[in-house]
Design a protein around this ligand. Structure first.
Ligand code: TRP
Length: 441
């Protein structure tokens, strides 16, 4: 059977950008900044993204295109031995991430309808916090939306690589970007926004510790979709003409800008309305309605915004599911439809536990975290970095000449940073990630 392929060069870049830009940027990034002391975290985050992040991304693209197989198959085709284990880790990480990601995706769908109904026509922190807390801790309602989100994800993946994934990204991502900029302008000009801007942009270096660096690394991997083979998979559907280094730089910069702008939307508003920046996962869902409440035609903006966020979440969740599907298709010879439906259903079931852990099951903890937080922490802060070490070591030491050929399109593409990239893959990324992982434990 012929493997799927992207329809065009731009299509691949857009699909990879669609994978990267998602809830990680708009939902997770602002509250992670809030929990980790603001500006100092931002600097560490940006430094990691622009060195390790972009390099590991290029490494993933290169592995994928060199092998044209799912991550598990790619490692065994290019080298074998124990390496395919890194691919399996990716499949497990995909389950862990998608299970809670889909729950949050469900929240964004719910918020389309809730904002349309005018439920949020207030800027009162307590009311908005109560609405959100009541919603996510209830039993049935979030599960219904979680089911809808997972069904949409399966639907796109069923459509296949080109029609399903690529088309969705082409129009909608630019729109999300424009709305975010409008919101950022509104947020930064709110009375009392200065305090939030200072918190976000003026680094207090005394706040940097091992935890902050570890969280910045986890956030970088999560946001760029690195460490579990999602971008190996996307690279494997790519024609040999594409300039991989340019694609990696573009995707990294696009993802980074959306995150930075989301911070500009959320954090000034948090301070202007007297919310608490360490509020956690509710931060966006509580703060944004307050911002919309302060805008002309706020309801229209709110509905549009949550629609676009849902779509951004979808273009990311499909890349998570696609890792499992590619494995089942390439290595287990399954057809796309049963693979997508089977894996999607299993992940949906794990997600039920994540959703209930916000309410009736909140007393059940693993390592002091509820199930939702445990899935998040174990994937972002452990599995993705471990995958990142494996990927950079593999490229840096095992298939360097081959990977370099791919990264430079058999040497036909100018790639001035090739030496720096190789150095980062061989030394900087593995050592830095390992150091951060160990000092976090
Ligand atoms: N990057 C996406 C976001 O920011 C989430 C995501 C999609 C992801 N695919 C991934 C995270 C692969 C880690 C690995 O929302």
């Amino acid at each position: 059977m012929q493997r799927g392929h992207w329809g065009s060069r731009l299509g691949f870049i857009l699909a990879a950008t669609g994978s990267a830009v998602g809830l990680g940027n708009v939902w997770k990034f602002p509250y992670t900044v809030g929990n980790n002391g603001g500006g100092a975290f931002l600097i560490v985050y940006l430094a990691i993204v622009l060195t390790i992040g972009v390099s590991v991304m290029l490494a993933e693209f290169s592995i994928g295109r060199a092998a044209e197989r799912s991550p598990v198959g790619a490692f065994s085709k290019l080298k074998g031995g124990y390496w395919p284990a890194a691919g399996f880790l990716g499949v497990i990480a995909s389950f862990a991430i998608l299970s809670f990601y889909s729950v949050v995706g469900g929240w964004t769908i719910a918020y389309i309808f809730k904002s349309a109904s005018g439920l949020f026509a207030t800027a009162d922190a307590e009311t908005l916090g109560g609405l959100f807390g009541g919603f996510i801790s209830s039993t049935a309602e979030p599960l219904v939306y979680h089911a809808v989100f997972m069904a949409l994800t399966m639907g796109v993946v069923l459509g296949g690589v080109h029609k399903g994934i690529e088309r969705t990204c082409t129009v909608l991502l630019p729109m999300l970007f424009i709305i975010l900029v409008i919101l950022a302008i509104r947020s930064v000009t709110l009375p009392g926004a200065m305090e939030g801007l200072a918190f976000y942009l003026v680094p207090d270096f005394s706040k940097i510790n091992a935890d902050v660096v570890g969280n910045a690394l986890g956030q970088a991997f999560f946001s760029l979709s690195l460490g579990m083979g999602a971008l190996i998979t996307y690279g494997s559907y790519l024609s040999h003409k594409e300039n991989l280094s340019r694609a990696a730089i573009w995707v990294t910069l696009a993802d980074m800008s959306v995150a930075v702008i989301s911070g500009l939307v959320i954090l000034p508003a948090v301070f202007a309305f007297g919310f608490d920046p360490t509020e956690g996962p509710g931060l966006v869902f509580i703060t944004l309605p307050a911002v919309f409440g302060q805008m002309p035609a706020g309801v229209v903006f709110a509905v549009l915004f949550f629609m676009l966020l849902t779509i951004a979440a979808l273009t990311s969740s499909v890349s998570l599911l696609e890792v499992v599907i590619a494995y089942l298709i390439d290595e287990r010879k399954m057809r796309r439809a049963p693979a997508a439906i089977g894996a999607g259903t299993l992940i949906f079931i794990v997600g039920i536990a994540c959703s209930l852990s916000m309410g009736v099951w909140s007393d059940f903890t693993i390592a002091g975290m509820n199930i939702f937080d445990f899935m998040d922490y174990s994937s972002s802060n452990v599995m993705l970095p471990v995958g990142g070490i494996a990927i950079s070591l593999f490229v840096g030491w095992v298939i360097l000449p081959r990977a370099t050929q791919e990264a430079t399109s058999q040497g036909t593409q100018p790639f001035v940073w090739v030496k720096g990239w190789q150095f980062i893959c061989r030394y900087v990324a593995p050592i830095a990630i390992a150091w951060i992982l160990i000092s976090g434990i």
